[in-house]
Design a protein around this ligand. Sequence first.
Ligand code: HAM
Length: 445
Amino acid sequence: MADSTRRFQAPKGTRDFYPEEMAFRRHIESTWRAVSIEHGFDEIEGPAFEHLDLYTVKSGEGIISELFSFTRAGGDVPYALRPEFTPTLARMYASRANSLPVPTKWFAIPTHFRAERPQRGRLREHVQWNIDMIGDPSANADAEVLATCIGVLDRFGLSARDMRVRLSHRDVITLALQNAGVQQPAMQATFELIDRREKMGQEAFQEQAMTIGLEASAIDRIEALARTTADASEDPCTILEAIGVGADAGEPLRQLQACLEAYGLLDWCTWDFSIVRGLAYYTGMVFEVHEATGSERAVAGGGRYDNLIELFGGPPTPACGFGMGDVVLGLVLKDRCGDSQVDSMPGPDAFVICDHDDESMLVQRILASLWKHRLHARRSYKSTRNVGKLLADADRCGARFTVLVSSDEPEGSVVLRDMQSKNQESISIDQLAGCIRSRLSATGD
Ligand code: HAM
């Protein structure tokens, strides 16, 4: 095939959003936005690409190996498409730290780019809802962030039977690993290995554990951590005993438990010390949200990152937050809730049809007037003059009213048909928009 007739395909791991897919994506995004605002978060956004070193400073090997990095044509400054939002948020907070409220509560719904191997639940471009609470070191902040995450799951019609919030704590894991002989320089690599453990075979896990220099006792301890789960209502100290960590480390878990109880969230949560999070910047409570049977990858993940803002030149500032991606969430929603979640494309308020050759461009004039009155108005582009067929067209697109421009009507009038009651009447064009508007508000449409 000659180059000029070559058919282009979207790059691997990306998606085209045709109207139905876009309606579903907007449904997800508008639910994220509504729940964020209800929980007191303000929306922000940053650039889709940043200086490369923003990510190499503290995101961790996992993310660095998946960067799309580039220079501009003729330039030599290295940039990268954003693989996650947290470094941008930390940079933005650091540059205005003195004038921002305490706490600062921000949300964002950016697209992210990761050069991962595309597979179920993992693409090279995804949309990720970010919730972050900055400036508050308390367990209440952790619980408020979790309440917002669970608030969204609930709004989508998911329940504590459908989803699990798996809670853990970096300090507890660090202590458990230190007690098993893992030295500090190997700690981050060990976190990343534990983070990938569920996705790799036993053999690959053993092999990589040896590569980073873990002793057999450390590998046994990681296996024990992975088996240690309990309802979040259980006393955390009992669970710590099971992984060889002293009860002192249980205090932050107890505080978190008390706050989660106050917000009524314990039902959704499980203590699960197989969760460590791969990203390098987490410092305290960490969590992941999974579909309850464990059949999909994580829907969301996050935790506390108390050192990151300082690293970007801000004052020492505690922070916590999470990201929830649209890909796995979309799979779970379609699986659990079926098409009821998908069909959210609004039909027009008015659909304009004409039963004759419209030489005076009345259809255009009516559309212009309806649009000016902020009504959602569409027209038929079919060449047929058969009113039955044109009405079927109006029905198909879910129109609330049809406006028929008819040669049988007196000049200056059209037929207005209510597509629900099927009643129709002759109405003056001057009154048309006002009449549709008042009927829509009378029926609450
Ligand atoms: P993350 O665990 O890397 O965390 O991503 C959060 C969520 O984004 C994942 O649970 C998953 O649903 C989705 N996600 C990540 N990568 C992909 C991918 N390649 N394809 C589809 N979905 C994906 C972070 O990014 C942290 N920055 C979150 C955070 C915000 N922590 C604190 N504040």
